[in-house]
Write a protein that binds this ligand. Structure first.
Ligand SMILES: *Cc1c(COP(=O)(O)O)cnc(C)c1O
Length: 238
């Protein structure tokens, strides 16, 4: 069980993150409802994740597929959750993770996209995905190289997956101003690809606890926020 102090703290954190996200949107002349906050619950166990839902967060992000499906099962009593897979998906985990019907932010190879399309067709479903782009160029970062994107978009699977947009992370040790330039590059890439492909590519998943303001200034429609939500919450697991 979650004690009331923890629940109270989560509520405060959730409120203040929402306020800051809305404020950042307004400052940039954007409608606050155009930015979705994905609460990244990878730092905490399913009890604290449940408390975050009670505090009001209904969009939950996990980096590990098996944790995502386990939490989706243990939180199935909440009818209105949407799950977001934000970390690497191994092909042998596709079948099970699809049962939670997540938005998959982390498509980082053609093989993965093809395997996901095939399994989605087999399950008679359509999966919503974002293509992860390595905008920083860091070797350690996952995602497609920027220069591979145009070719990729021309050869998408014809059924089983719906490409909703792009996702990226700023490089390690990047100052917010430099992160902002990387986010701008992702938006420009999206704009070009949308024109070339005719796909709307509406979603731009970019920005985390340390750089969501810069991401919102550059057009993020989804910010993925973890650590900020759990400040002062003692029972962090993992
Ligand atoms: C952990 C993680 C986040 C959240 O990061 P915080 O800095 O804790 O907000 C966002 N996106 C991805 C891909 C992550 O792995």
């Amino acid at each position: 069980m979650i004690d009331s102090a923890t629940l109270e703290r989560l509520k405060q954190n959730w409120e203040s993150v929402q306020d800051e996200v809305r404020e950042a949107a307004r400052q940039n002349g954007r409608d606050p409802s155009s930015v979705t906050i994905v609460g990244v619950s990878k730092y905490v166990d399913s009890h604290i994740t449940d408390a975050l839902v009670q505090a009001g967060c209904h969009e939950l992000g996990e980096s590990r597929p098996q944790v995502l499906w386990q939490k989706a099962e243990s939180l199935a009593h909440h009818r209105d959750l949407r799950w977001h897979l934000i970390g690497h998906l191994q092909r042998n985990k596709i079948r099970r993770v699809l049962q939670a019907k997540p938005l998959i932010h982390s498509i980082d190879s053609r093989r993965l996209l093809a395997a996901l399309a095939t399994e989605s067709v087999a399950q008679d479903t359509q999966s919503s995905v974002l293509l992860e782009v390595n905008i920083s160029g860091d070797d350690a970062k996952t995602g497609f190289a920027v220069e591979d994107m145009a070719g990729l978009i021309e050869q998408l699977p014809t059924e089983g997956v719906r490409i909703e947009g792009l996702m990226a992370m700023a490089g390690w040790d990047t100052e917010p101003e430099d992160a902002r330039q990387q986010f701008a590059r992702l938006r420009e890439l999206r704009d070009e690809l949308a024109i070339d492909s005719g796909l709307p590519l509406r979603e731009l998943s970019m920005g985390m606890s340390g750089d969501f303001r810069e991401a919102i200034a550059e057009g993020a429609t989804m910010v993925r926020i973890g650590s900020r939500l759990f400040e002062g919450v003692s029972e962090r697991s993992e």
